[in-house]
Design a protein around this ligand. Sequence first.
Ligand SMILES: [Mn+2]
Length: 348
Amino acid sequence: MITIHPMDRPWLAKRKAFDPRPMMERMSDPDEVRGFLASAIQLYKDRNEFPFIEIGPTERPVELIIAGDIHGDLLTAGKVVSHFLKRFDGEKGRTDVKLLFLGDIIDRPPDDDPYGGLLTLLYLLSLKTAYPDSVFLLRGNHECYDLEPFFPHELPVEIREMYGEENEDRIMTMVRELFTHLPIMVKTKNGLFASHAGFPWLFKGDLRDIKRENHDAILQTTWGDPFETGYYRGMISDFSNYDEKEFSKFMEKAECTVFVRGHQSQLNGYSIYGGRMATIFTSRRYERSGAGGILIAELGVPPVDRTITIDEIKVKKLSDAGFIVYNLVDGSMLPFFREIGRSKDEEE
Ligand SMILES: [Mn+2]
């Protein structure tokens, strides 16, 4: 029997530098972890966010902050959250502020990171619990290990090291269930489409009708890469590549004009497909990948029905002075993306 424990707001350290120590202290107890995961699963069951989040039409303007792959970089996640909370409190009443993480929350933490994927996941779930209508976590391919195994997958190892072998399966079973409830896409009323990697280009029906059991649609969305980047992942399910024609067709169907994604660190900071697709990464492990930087994207969603262009997406780069404006690099002339910015630890 699990006791349900919602997380405390004080962990979020409003307006202050993020301090993970209180969370680590409480999460040293495996039963606390399971209790919290039970409350998070219940929250997602009640909210039904799968398959996509729709933002708009809205009564007041929305500022949407988007973070790419965070991959167990808890300290950077804390900086993104502080950036969000400052504006979330400051502009309450006039502008609504929402925060979106594009998935790949776990695994591949920075080499010098003392926290890792599990604590990053618990931290972001605590934020979701506190602000369920304002914070959204998408499912990335690292949250789909059951559907398509890959390497490295450090999460079970972290759990074993922290809580002992006897708790690994008990916690992982709950984490896996939680992942099946995460949404895989976001659409805004003014034409932004966002997901971890791709989109369900082989799904013929209404996007609303994608079921949690539709593994093909989930894998296309969480694993897909642009064919032109020459990056072939050799997956079991073989849903790894879409081309510009499939992209254009899907965007028309989704009634969207711009796509913001993560997933491919070698495309970090580049826009392609005629400026319609931008790739951002937020983990500091990938800071030197692609055009470089720890990036987030920001977008205003006005309460009117109109479509946006890539110029309206403000990309920002983390610096000592906080998040500063960054101009996306036009990647359309690059012959083969496999040749650019390939870091030595590049993986999924
Ligand atoms: Mn990924």
